[in-house]
Ligand binder design. Structure first.
Ligand code: HEC
Ligand code: HEC
Ligand code: HEC
Ligand code: HEC
Ligand code: HEC
Ligand code: HEC
Length: 417
């Protein structure tokens, strides 16, 4: 009896586990889209490139789509009409080549964008990134299925026992004494193991996430909108975060940099602004707020000074959003200047945020995943001249590029000291 039951439960658990594992092993279309395509494509509307939802329906054939994503320049150069039409429509903007993506990964991306739903109207408070919800309902679905299957197992077991008893009665063999379910050694062992696994999972998960703060969006002392500046008015990120190209830190601009423009721009004429909670923002008041910090008198059109002629300014105490632990070494210039990685791949669509929030988890897995997926600027780069083996392989056509992981981007000491 126990044997049958064990076998049943064993098969059940195996099936459930396998279900989970295969679900994880499939390429994650959303993650791939966010890290590779989101800087230029929005699923629902045109951006630098076209809206990608249902774009696969417009491909001449599936292979065309793979070729395009692997290297669009090659498809355009081949004189393909579809390719040249779309290229001209988007003002001959070059799309990055992604030779490292497998066909399955491209399918996963296209599948993800096809299923993105339009977000609810923004005044429902903070926007939830679409695509987040299905994952959650999935989790619930699994729990419900698991629970109902467990109930089913118990019912079947009881029925089986009943039948065995009936059979014994007919055959005249004496019945074993019935043990109540809660005292059965097997049930106790099974429940303890499940509880042990769940507690372990919860503990480890909690410990690993300690100090992480994805989606953190603090209130800032001045309501300064990246959407207004970097989005609508197209001010270059490096104008304010010059350090990102030159140093480890991207740096937050001083009020002097704000005043380069705001000595003249003393009122706001753009679309009305709202906080993440949906409260109206008086943008003109916010500019006056900036003047107070900068020590600028908008009537006199000059700075307020003390007797010695020093400007009476106080620095704005911006709340820091991104915080890596001290044991991690991260360098902006290595990524922005040398690696040519776009800000948005790590910080998300900053140019659409009124208030900045932390887009990426900043976990070790996040750094390493990208190092595995992203190619370095390998050719025409003196720094990489010594890697003759890879250069030869590229020449022989054995490979098209070299990922950061192959350059040692997963070695502990590169990121930890
Ligand atoms: C650097 C910006 C950029 C990135 C990154 C980018 N694209 Fe594009 N994409 C474009 C532009 C611009 C076009 C329009 C054609 C052109 O000008 O080359 C385009 C066109 C396309 C098309 C062709 C659309 C059609 O009408 O047939 C597809 C498909 C596509 N992109 C998919 C992707 C996928 C998938 C990714 C991520 C793996 C990606 N793109 C990343 C800029 C980009
Ligand atoms: C006109 C100046 C200006 C421009 C242009 C600008 N920023 Fe900022 N940025 C700021 C200021 C001021 C803050 C601090 C206040 C805040 O977090 O909103 C900031 C904060 C940030 C942060 C969060 C820093 C933290 O505390 O962890 C990121 C990330 C960021 N900017 C990225 C960008 C990117 C990417 C662009 C270009 C698309 C950009 N910024 C353009 C001024 C600017
Ligand atoms: C390169 C020019 C430039 C710089 C530098 C600049 N701004 Fe602006 N700012 C603008 C423009 C343009 C507008 C929009 C004016 C309009 O639409 O009428 C604006 C609007 C604003 C507004 C009202 C809208 C909003 O975002 O709430 C505030 C507040 C503001 N800026 C604060 C700042 C602060 C703080 C800094 C420094 C970190 C800064 N600005 C740096 C050009 C600049
Ligand atoms: C490869 C990922 C990556 C790229 C690309 C990237 N950042 Fe960052 N950024 C980070 C991480 C990680 C932090 C947190 C650093 C820390 O806490 O030490 C950060 C922090 C910041 C901060 C907070 C202040 C600071 O220097 O710590 C600003 C501002 C910022 N980034 C702006 C930018 C801008 C602008 C660009 C593009 C020019 C950019 N970042 C490109 C990953 C990236
Ligand atoms: C969006 C992709 C991306 C993410 C996310 C990313 N990196 Fe990188 N990283 C790169 C690329 C590309 C390079 C190669 C730059 C070059 O050519 O030297 C690189 C290089 C490095 C290097 C230099 C390695 C060497 O060989 O010298 C370090 C250190 C590093 N990254 C640390 C980090 C840390 C820490 C994080 C997470 C906080 C991170 N990176 C997240 C893309 C990324
Ligand atoms: C590409 C950069 C990178 C590499 C390579 C890397 N780490 Fe990390 N590591 C990180 C980051 C970022 C964190 C911080 C994660 C957080 O705050 O949750 C971290 C955190 C940790 C932690 C603290 C536990 C935790 O999850 O927060 C340990 C332990 C650790 N790393 C060990 C290692 C070992 C061992 C290796 C080599 C096999 C390694 N790391 C390679 C970036 C890296």
């Amino acid at each position: 009896m126990y044997r049958i039951c064990f076998r049943g439960i064993f098969t059940l658990v195996t099936v459930l586990l396998l279900g989970h594992v295969t679900a994880f092993a499939d390429p994650d279309g959303k993650a791939l889209f966010m890290s590779n395509c989101a800087s230029c494509h929005n699923p629902l509307k045109d951006a630098t490139g076209p809206a990608l939802q249902n774009i696969d329906k417009s491909f001449p054939d599936k292979e065309w789509g793979y070729n395009w994503v692997h290297n669009s320049a090659k498809v355009i150069a081949s004189g393909d009409k579809t390719a040249n039409d779309i290229y001209n429509k988007f003002n001959k903007t070059a799309m990055t080549a992604f030779p490292q993506l497998s066909n399955a990964e491209i399918d996963a991306i296209l599948n993800y964008v096809d299923n993105v739903k339009a977000p609810p109207p923004p005044d429902n408070g903070k926007q939830v990134p679409s695509g987040e919800q299905p994952a959650e309902t999935n989790g619930w679905l699994y729990t419900i299925i698991t629970l109902s299957l467990l109930v089913l197992v118990v019912i079947l077991w009881r029925a089986n026992q009943g039948l065995k008893r009936a059979a014994n009665d007919v055959e005249g063999t004496p019945n074993e004494k019935e043990i109540p379910l809660y005292r059965s050694k097997f049930v106790i062992a099974f429940v303890s193991i499940i509880l042990f696994i769940m507690a372990g999972y919860w503990l480890v998960n909690g410990a690993v996430n300690e100090g992480r703060q994805q989606n953190y969006q603090p209130l800032q002392p001045v309501f300064y909108s990246h959407k207004v500046h970097a989005g609508v008015n197209q001010i270059n990120c490096l104008y304010c975060h010059a350090g990102a190209e030159k140093s480890r830190q991207a740096m937050i601009p001083s009020t002097n940099i704000c005043m380069n423009c705001h000595k003249q721009i003393n009122s706001y004429t753009g679309d009305p602004l709202k906080t993440a909670e949906g409260k109206e923002v008086n943008a003109n008041e916010q500019i006056q707020n900036l003047y107070k910090y900068a020590g600028w008198d908008p009537v006199k059109k000059d700075y307020n000074r003390d007797a010695a002629g020093n400007i009476l300014a106080t620095p704005i105490q911006w709340v820091k959003i991104h915080n890596l632990p001290d044991h991690v070494y991260f360098n902006h210039s290595q990524h922005v200047k040398v690696g040519q990685v776009q800000c948005q791949r790590c910080h998300g669509p900053i140019q659409e945020m009124d208030e900045v929030y932390q887009f990426a988890p900043l976990s070790m897995g996040w750094c390493i995943n990208c190092h595995r997926q992203t190619e370095v600027q390998f050719t025409n780069n003196k720094y990489y001249d010594i890697f003759e083996k890879y250069h030869d392989e590229i020449k022989e056509g054995k490979r098209t590029g070299v990922t950061e992981a192959e350059m040692g981007g997963t070695e502990c000491q590169k990121c930890h000291y």
